[in-house]
Design a protein around this ligand. Structure first.
Ligand code: FES
Ligand SMILES: [Fe+2]
Length: 338
């Protein structure tokens, strides 16, 4: 994921992705385009330049580039200098998300983009979105999301459920290249997300279903129903949790949450943004960053996660499976020359 659709405004968006500076902007017909944000003359970011229709004009000395990366104007000569073409990236926009493929554009396959169809607003749904930059490798963010036992400890100020995670069963299953890490907590007191829907002495069934696709695109479904009534009798809140590496040690964390009630109430938007902002920015992020800081030196000296000999507690098998699956996908891609 390169960004939320709404982030690419009239002036475009400069963002570091997979260690590369990328400039995302919209063509006149509204489609997104992505160029390496580095002019080949004296390396100015093209995001500091201006636009001439679909073309990007470098703000330093005026070289002009077409969306295919070709230099099409040199203010100092008729001749276009050799080696002036800049790399471009395949992009696709779907579900209010701009996806970017950093490899060979011919290999980009939009059919592999996971479904986040719940995100765009409809007459019956409304989504709040957020973004934060995390000083940690993206796989450490995945570990956090696939092991929701941390809710009891990290989210004391927001979602902590008075021990409900301990009342639950956790299961991990793989379906093709999709991984599911699901928690099922039957017959518990309503968790904080459901307190408006149930009397405090009610017994409910609660589920937290996490779907993972490589490299780190996750959908969390938070569900609550009256105890024993079946999932259809309850309600669900689908969320996106998508991590994209800015570089090996820095991660863009995009999150969203969709609701099907109180649609028109801006106070609800503000309350949800405040709640999630606190949970993800002030509870998850500092813990993930501090844990990552404890291994970063070793990783930079050529180590890896497994060489740190992480303890296994069982609850962490979702994160472990995702790491293994990612390793095998990366190996497969390397073998194919990707
Ligand atoms: S740096 Fe872009 S034209 Fe000189
Ligand atoms: Fe968390």
């Amino acid at each position: 994921m390169a960004g939320w659709s709404g982030e690419i405004g009239a002036s475009g968006l400069a963002r570091r992705l997979l260690g590369k500076p990328v400039f995302l902007y919209r063509l006149e017909d509204g489609r997104p385009a992505a160029l390496l944000d580095r002019c080949p003359h004296r390396f100015a970011p093209l995001s500091r330049g201006s636009r001439d229709g679909d073309r990007v004009v470098c703000g330093y000395h005026g070289l002009t580039f077409a969306p295919d990366g070709q230099c099409v104007h040199n203010p100092f000569a008729q001749r276009i200098p050799a080696g002036s073409r800049i790399p471009t990236f395949a992009v696709a926009e779907r579900d209010g998300i701009v996806w970017l493929w950093c490899g060979d554009a011919a290999e980009a396959d939009p059919a592999l983009i996971p479904d986040f169809g719940f995100i765009p607003d409809t007459p019956a749904s409304r989504t709040v979105r957020g973004y934060t930059l995390m000083q940690a490798n993206y796989e450490y963010g995945t570990d956090n999301l696939l092991d929701l036992s941390h809710i009891e400890f990290v989210h004391k100020g927001t979602f902590a459920g008075q021990g409900v995670i301990f009342a639950g069963q956790h299961s991990v299953r793989q379906d093709g290249d999709t991984l599911h890490s699901d928690w099922w907590m039957p017959g518990i007191a309503p968790p904080s997300v459901a307190q408006a829907h149930f009397p405090p002495d009610a017994k409910v069934d609660h589920w937290l279903d996490m779907r993972w696709n490589a490299p780190a695109s996750m959908r969390l479904t938070v569900g609550v129903s009256p105890h024993g009534a079946g999932r259809d009798a309850g309600f669900e809140v689908p969320q996106a949790h998508i991590l994209s590496p800015a570089d090996a040690h820095t991660t863009h964390y995009f999150w969203s949450s969709t609701r099907y009630d109180n649609l028109g109430d801006p106070n609800v938007d503000a309350a949800l943004l405040a709640l999630f902002g606190e949970a993800f920015d002030q509870e998850d992020k500092p813990m993930i960053e501090a844990a990552y800081a404890n291994v970063r030196d070793n990783l930079e000296r050529g180590g890896d996660f497994w060489k740190e000999k992480p303890l296994s507690l069982g609850i962490d098998q979702g994160g472990t499976r995702a790491r293994r699956l990612l390793e095998s996908l990366i190996a497969k891609e390397a073998l194919a020359g990707g």
